[in-house]
Structures are given as structure tokens and as C-alpha cells.
Write a protein that binds this ligand. Structure first.
Ligand SMILES: [Zn+2]
Ligand SMILES: [Zn+2]
Length: 407
């Protein structure tokens, strides 16, 4: 496309009733030097043991407000109507810079923050730390953050234990290169979604009344009688704190090239303990910027709401012991609330170079709130074959013994 392409004239979209209502989550947020209230130092980081921010000089500790309470996000889901979004979840404006420049108020130098990996940077001249806490439409500052709670040493132990149990089957190159100390603390971007929906299902269900056998020629056949019912269910469903990945890299669940699906298995997170965003929670960790908008993520959330609905309705269908077939299923989303959050994960990653020249990304991930650990490791194929060979052999020997004793 030529650089000077002229935008066609389009009228601005008319305001409608379903325009999202915005919950402002960066009121009072300041960019620049974030100072310790007691001594003025900017050397501030998370004390994982207490969940507080701590000054590196005078050890003063404090924390930011619980975000759910501060932004009134735990309101009655049944009263949710229309679309409610946090200001940190607004659509990403493609022209927004990812590399932002701030003026250091201590020495006047210009400091660059690469929002792809952090919202903090140290001034090269006066060594003070500058933070970005105000939201700009590039997805770098979320509505809230859930601080790390599991210490790095614990994560290292959990990863070493996970890999240790699987070492026998692991690829020798992986075994030689494995070092749990290489784990990284990463804040991954998520959307936390509440949904108020109305479900309407109708179809037919069968309830068995009799079961018996009949003789057909020389053989017998099992028969049953059943009553056929028209079945309908209509109810409200309230989905609380559904978490949806909002980084396109993580949403890529192509199991041929990565093991992103691992991250789903270490859920859930106690998102209700998220706090108001402060870049100082990121010091010493990395973060991944949100790069997906609500339009892209809403279908995923709604599909999950439908799955939950179907799962829930099954509890009411016990009478229909021969099953229910739905002819119509309708889940009408009446209200939804979306807020963006950074959730903490300890991540050990390993890039496997396969013999065909392709690479595969393996992870061992630790939920940094609950310690839940799951991973994928490259396997040693010939050892796997050997083991299945032995299992088969043992199976054959047992078979022979059984034959020998005449069973
Ligand atoms: Zn201090
Ligand atoms: Zn400076």
C-alpha cells in the first residue's frame, strides 16, 4: 500500500445503546519516578513473601488497593446489562508506539520504555527507575495485576521435581541442558470476564421404563421400552471470573509447534485478589503485552459460557436416563464485564531442535499463586519404544502363564 494512501471518507459510527460503558481504572496513576513514601528512593519491588511492594533502601512496605473492590467489579452479575469494560481493556490503536519515551524528573534525561517487555526502565544517567502507570492504547498497562506469591526457589524445586519424575523418558540433549534455575517469572496478559446470560434449550429426552430379553430364533436380544418426553429448560446463567488469554502468541494453540496448551492446565488463578496496577510489581519479572481486542476474544468467552451452560443443565436431566437430544440451544448474553489483568507464571522454556530441522517449544509452567505445575518435555523416542516393547513382552508372558495353568 502506498504510504500516502488517502483514507476514504466515512462518517463516525453513531452512538448506540450498546456502546461499552468504561470503568476508569487508572485514576490518579502517574508516570515517571515512583518513589517510596518514606525515603523517596525509586528502588521498589514486590516482596513475594508478603505480597507487598517494598523499598529497596529503607525496607518500608505497602500495597495497592484490591482492584475488585476499588473498581467495584464484584457487583451482582445478575444485574449486568450491556457491555462494561475496564479502561485498560480498550481496543489497541495500531498507530500507538510500543517504545515510549519519558523524561526523568530527577535529571532531565530521556528514558525509553519498551512496552513489549516491561512498563519500567532505569535512567542511564541517575540510575532512578521510571514507571509507566497511565494507560495508553497499546495494551501495555492492564486494569489490574495479580502479584507473584510463589517464590522462585519453590518454582525451581517444583520444575526440577516435575522433570525429575520424567527424566528416564526425556531426550538426552534436554537432560544435558536442563537447568531449573533458568526459570523466568512472567506476567501473562488475560481478560477476566463476567457474563450474565439467559439460556433456552429444547429437545426430546428418553426415560427407560422396562428392559427385557426376547428370543429371536436361537439367540436372545436385549430390548427396552422408553417414554419419549419433550424437554425444555430456561434459566439465567452467571459466569464469574472466566479467564481468557489475550496475547496472540499464547492463543496460538498449534500443538505442532508449541505447547501453549500447558498454560491452561495450571488454572485457575485467584483473580479476586488482584490489585490496582503499579509497574513496581513488575520489577525483576518480565511481562507480555496484550495484543488482542475484545472483538477477537468475545467469541472465545461466549463459547466457554455455552459449554458451561450445557454442563450445568446436565445436572437437571438425570430422569432422562437414555439421554436428551437438543433441537434448539440458545444462550443470549445480556450483560458482560471485561477487565484486563496480568497473571503470574513461572516459566521454564526449552526449544527443541528436531532432526527434520524444525523446532518445537516446550514449557514447564508453575502457577505463581497456587504452585500448580504442568509441562511438556522432549521425549527420547527409542526409550519409549523399548518400554512399550517390554510391556508387550510382559503381557505375552502373563498370557502364556495363564494358558499354561489352563485358565
Ligand atoms: Zn524507602
Ligand atoms: Zn535520570
Amino acid at each position: 500500500m502506498p504510504m500516502d494512501a488517502v483514507e476514504p471518507d466515512t462518517p463516525p459510527p453513531a452512538a448506540t445503546d450498546d456502546a461499552p460503558r468504561v470503568i476508569n481504572t487508572d485514576d490518579g496513576a502517574k508516570d515517571g519516578l515512583a518513589k517510596c513514601a518514606r525515603c523517596g528512593a525509586t528502588e521498589i519491588s514486590l516482596n513475594v513473601a508478603t505480597g507487598n511492594l517494598r523499598c529497596g533502601f529503607c525496607r518500608f512496605e505497602w500495597s495497592t488497593d484490591n482492584a475488585i473492590e476499588a473498581f467495584n467489579l464484584n457487583g451482582d452479575i445478575s444485574a449486568l446489562a450491556g457491555l462494561l469494560v475496564g479502561s485498560g481493556s480498550s481496543d489497541i490503536v495500531p498507530s500507538t508506539e510500543e517504545i515510549l519515551t519519558f523524561k526523568c524528573s530527577a535529571c532531565g534525561a530521556e528514558v525509553v520504555i519498551d512496552t513489549n517487555t516491561s512498563t519500567q526502565a532505569r535512567c542511564h544517567w541517575c540510575r532512578n527507575t521510571l514507571s509507566m502507570n497511565q494507560q495508553v492504547p497499546n495494551g501495555a498497562v492492564p486494569d489490574m495485576i495479580l502479584p507473584f506469591k510463589v517464590e522462585k526457589s519453590t518454582a525451581v524445586e517444583k520444575i526440577a521435581h516435575f522433570v525429575g519424575k520424567r527424566k528416564f523418558f526425556a531426550h538426552p540433549t534436554f537432560r544435558a541442558e536442563f537447568n531449573a534455575e533458568n526459570v523466568m517469572g512472567v506476567y501473562l496478559p488475560y481478560m477476566v470476564v463476567d457474563i450474565n446470560a439467559h439460556a433456552k434449550l429444547s429437545g426430546q429426552g428418553e426415560h427407560q421404563t422396562r428392559s427385557y430379553t426376547v428370543k429371536v430364533g436361537d439367540s436372545t436380544q436385549q430390548r427396552y421400552d422408553a417414554d419419549l418426553y419433550n424437554v425444555a429448560r430456561e434459566f439465567d446463567i452467571h459466569v464469574n471470573d472466566l479467564t481468557v488469554e489475550s496475547s496472540s502468541d499464547r492463543l496460538d494453540q498449534n500443538t505442532a509447534v508449541n505447547s501453549n496448551n500447558i498454560i491452561n492446565t495450571i488454572m485457575p488463578f485467584d483473580v479476586e485478589n488482584s490489585v490496582r496496577y503499579d509497574s513496581n510489581y513488575l520489577a525483576g519479572f518480565t511481562s507480555e503485552r496484550r495484543d488482542s481486542n475484545l472483538d477477537q476474544l468475545a467469541p472465545l468467552a461466549h463459547t466457554q459460557a455455552e459449554d458451561i451452560t450445557r454442563h450445568r443443565v446436565n445436572d437437571t436431566l438425570k430422569f432422562y436416563d437414555r439421554g436428551v437430544r437438543w433441537a434448539a440451544e440458545e444462550v443470549d448474553v445480556r450483560g458482560q464485564r471485561w477487565v484486563s489483568a496480568y497473571l503470574p507464571v513461572w516459566l521454564y522454556s526449552y526449544q527443541q531442535r528436531k532432526s527434520n530441522g524444525k523446532t518445537f517449544l516446550h514449557y514447564v509452567a508453575v502457577n505463581a499463586r497456587t504452585g500448580e505445575t504442568m509441562g511438556s518435555i522432549p521425549l527420547h523416542q527409542s526409550k519409549l519404544l523399548l518400554v512399550s516393547g517390554i510391556v508387550q513382552l510382559v503381557g505375552t508372558v502373563i498370557g502364556l502363564v495363564l494358558v499354561a495353568v489352563g485358565i
